[in-house]
Design a binder for this molecule. Structure first.
Ligand code: GLN
Length: 313
């Protein structure tokens, strides 16, 4: 089955990318972080990686972008590895919200004062504060080391311009963090935890990095290429469950219906997804729909899922 899928991908991916690329015209590049407004609206690139590290890629595959919300999946995993489930789930819940990623509305509903889940901004900020380290600089170094290891790319680094741009304009994230602080969810100071949070959102990657990171999740925490366990299986199961139920913001239900795979999107127009036990997939297309997901990206994944019957159901 892998051989036929791989041949089909090699034969058709470029043409499917071209067809989906037309949908970039229906979206808009995010601009609430000023630096993100410099992204190219008509870009679409995708990389699919198998367990031997072979790739099929098409479109603008050399394009660089920042992880943004995709980073939340991996900081969640690192926080679980640092603290265990019990502590992590005393700070964030397990329920989807159906709200925007930066929603302030439902912070208090799960249990008094804890964010609904670790993938909305409030939850991800709470998670950032759980990363081990004596200073924000140490926490950031540990996050970078972890991400570099998962991506098998020692060159991954923070895009300083995006970091600064987000830091300078993040009034809503700041207010979320103060609210969490007031509710006793954050032990750390607000400015320190936000530095950690903006830093991991600003880590720069390309589609191949994303596909490589996704591959480790697809294989339940084992890097099939280096044949090495990088993440305990249970923590990958937790991360993938959140991706499935909350990974595409308030379009997670629609994505589950049309694509049926665990996925996480970021406002850079990036999507990380996977075919469990088979492929890691990374894509970028900065033009976003009204729900904040890449228009062309969602279209392309719908096409691929249909073509290869990739839905989990
Ligand atoms: N860094 C972004 C923010 O906090 C991440 C949001 C996203 O990608 N959805 O606003």
């Amino acid at each position: 089955e892998h051989t036929t899928t791989w041949k089909q991908l090699n034969d058709h991916l470029a043409e499917w990318v071209l067809a989906s690329k037309a949908h970039t015209a229906d979206g808009h590049v995010a601009s609430y972080i000023p630096e993100l407004a410099n992204a190219s609206a008509d870009v679409l690139g995708i990389c699919i990686m198998d367990m031997d590290g072979n790739t099929v890629a098409a479109g603008d595959t050399g394009y660089h972008f920042t992880l943004q919300s995709i980073s939340k999946v991996f900081t969640l995993i690192l926080a679980l590895m640092d603290n265990g489930e019990e502590i992590v789930f005393s700070k964030v819940g397990m329920e989807p919200t159906g709200d925007d990623f930066n929603s302030m509305l439902k912070l208090e509903l799960v249990e008094p004062g804890i964010p609904f889940n670790p993938l909305i901004n409030a939850g991800a900020i709470a998670i950032s504060s759980l990363i081990a380290g004596n200073t924000p600089a140490e926490q950031i170094e540990r996050i970078l080391a972890f991400f570099r290891n998962i991506a098998d790319n020692p060159a991954l680094d923070i895009n300083k311009d995006v970091f600064k741009s987000e830091s300078d304009t993040a009034h809503r994230n700041r207010s979320l963090a103060y609210f969490l602080k007031d509710n006793g969810v954050l032990d750390q100071e607000v400015d320190d935890v936000l530095r950690v949070y903006f830093s991991h959102c600003s880590i720069q990657v390309n589609c191949t990095d994303l596909a490589r990171m996704a591959l480790v999740l697809a294989h339940n925490g084992v890097d099939p290429i280096r044949n090495q366990r990088l993440i305990p299986r249970r923590f990958v199961q937790i991360a993938k469950t959140f991706m499935f139920t909350c990974g595409m913001y308030n379009a997670s239900g629609e994505f589950a219906m049309n694509v049926g795979l665990p996925a996480k999107s970021g406002v850079s127009g990036s999507i990380l997804t996977m075919v469990p036990r088979r492929y890691g997939i990374g894509l970028v297309s900065p033009a976003l729909n009204r729900k904040g997901n890449s228009t062309a990206g969602v279209h392309l994944l719908g096409k691929l899922s249909q073509e290869f019957d990739w839905s989990l159901f």
